[in-house]
Design a protein around this ligand. Structure first.
Ligand SMILES: Nc1ncnc2c1ncn2[C@@H]1O[C@H](COP(=O)(O)OP(=O)(O)OP(=O)(O)O)[C@@H](O)[C@H]1O
Ligand SMILES: [Mg+2]
Length: 253
């Protein structure tokens, strides 16, 4: 069951930003959230991570209403990498990643071997081990982004929510990150703009337009020439890639 959204509505002033969104993320799978700028992707992810409360509708985690969870219980299982994440500049990389363990620690227990293992694994998986002692402010944009991913992994979440996590990454690190996220055992929901990457790595896709879901399903069901024209206003050819058997989009010049 994992994450389910039921008829979510979220407004700012008189503007309805999320307008009746319902879907279910399959456990252990990677769900991609697509849509033009301003379509509501970030707003939806923030509702799922309880950074915002819906005006109507509800989010369910394993069949239980998210609003009934204590904040700490949510932090123990839901990790969220924000689109424009910020971090205290005085920390070292390792300290930032260690923050991911915070929800799991109690007043009584000290730093445990389990905490160490989670942090080291997270640094390793994101390719940040060699920079573990570097100062946060000395990192490049992409290294900062990978450190945020490492912090989320160190949190050992059951649900991982990522808002455009490949921003700032070079092509090698984009691919590494997408491979990593698609291979993780937890339920993951990721907003992204690169439609070919979404086709290659996501198990299912949702497409948002003006706060509503206008398409959902497997990549080959969703990424059609017609949808690209209607929702993204681009002309494109969609073929099945001979290399990975997923849709491959070639935009018309
Ligand atoms: N705090 C806010 N104040 C005012 N308007 C907001 C706020 N948050 C979101 N909006 C509006 O809600 C709409 C959806 O924004 P959102 O950030 O969810 O879009 P998005 O799909 O993530 O876009 P992008 O692809 O640019 O990241 C936009 O029109 C935005 O201006
Ligand atoms: Mg956004």
């Amino acid at each position: 069951m994992s994450i389910k959204a039921e008829n979510l509505i979220w407004k700012i002033g008189t503007k309805t930003v999320i307008d009746g969104v319902s879907f279910e993320a399959e456990p252990g799978k990677l769900l991609g959230v697509l849509g033009p700028n301003g379509s509501g992707k970030t707003s939806l992810l923030r509702l799922l991570a309880r950074l915002k409360r819906p005006h109507a509708g509800r989010v369910m985690l394993d069949g239980q209403e998210l609003s009934s969870f204590r904040r700490r219980a949510i932090a123990q299982r839901v990790a969220f990498i924000e689109q424009h994440a910020t971090t205290n500049a005085n920390l070292k990389v390792i300290d930032v990643v260690k923050l991911g363990r915070f929800p799991h620690r109690s007043m009584l227990s000290g730093w445990t071997r389990e905490d160490d293992t989670a942090v080291n694994e997270a640094l390793e998986r994101t390719g940040m081990s060699a920079k573990r002692d570097d100062a946060w402010h000395s990192l490049s944009g992409g290294e900062k982004q990978r450190t945020h991913v490492a912090r989320a992994l160190a949190q050992s979440p059951k649900e991982l929510i990522l808002d455009e996590p490949t921003n700032h990454l070079d092509v090698q690190h984009q691919i590494n990150l997408l491979r990593l996220v698609s291979s993780l055992p937890m339920t993951s929901i990721m907003a992204l703009h690169d439609l070919n990457h979404a086709a290659m790595y996501c198990d299912r896709l949702l497409v948002m337009q003006a706060g509503r879901i206008v398409a959902s399903g497997a990549p080959e069901e969703v990424l059609t020439q017609r949808l690209l024209r209607d929702v993204f206003s681009v002309d494109a050819h969609v073929e099945t890639s001979p290399h990975h058997a997923r849709p491959h989009i070639q935009f018309v010049r």
